[in-house]
Design a protein around this ligand. Structure first.
Ligand SMILES: Nc1nc2c(ncn2[C@@H]2O[C@H](COP(=O)(O)OP(=O)(O)OP(=O)(O)O)[C@@H](O)[C@H]2O)c(=O)[nH]1
Ligand SMILES: [Mg+2]
Length: 108
């Protein structure tokens, strides 16, 4: 399973606003400290790729992304990377705050 090429893995992208817990979801599902998490919005600045075996699905590739509401100087470049990750994803997981569905939910 560890030898499965990335292209043959089910690709699951994690998307949402900054600081909603995207990286925490990845770490929880992977059972490892894969991505840095913190209370500072904009902690993840580039796509974090994590291949592992998720039973009963089999070999998967998770993509953790920067928040779609990142308006920093490099925000546009980060959004481009996030969009590319979205295009690569077989399944998009959109993480939100409970009860909050604002305009950023329509980004994609
Ligand atoms: N209360 C609560 N806090 C959480 C939960 N999940 C994550 N957090 C906290 O929320 C903060 C942001 O978590 P991250 O996982 O870094 O969020 P992120 O969406 O990856 O953030 P960016 O990379 O900045 O876009 C951290 O302080 C986490 O400890 C949760 O389920 N409940
Ligand atoms: Mg993050």
């Amino acid at each position: 399973m560890n030898q499965t090429p990335k292209s043959n893995r089910l690709t699951l992208g994690i998307f949402g606003r900054t600081n909603v817990g995207k990286s925490s979801v990845l770490n929880y599902v992977a059972g490892q400290d894969v991505a840095i998490t913190s209370a500072v919005p904009g902690t993840t600045t580039d796509v974090v790729e994590k291949p592992f075996e998720l039973l009963p699905l089999g070999p998967v590739l998770f993509l953790d992304t920067a928040g779609v509401d990142d308006h920093s100087a490099l925000g546009d470049q980060r959004l481009q990377r996030t969009r590319a990750a979205f295009e690569r994803s077989d399944i998009a997981l959109i993480i939100t705050e409970p009860g909050v569905w604002g305009p950023y939910g329509k980004t994609f």
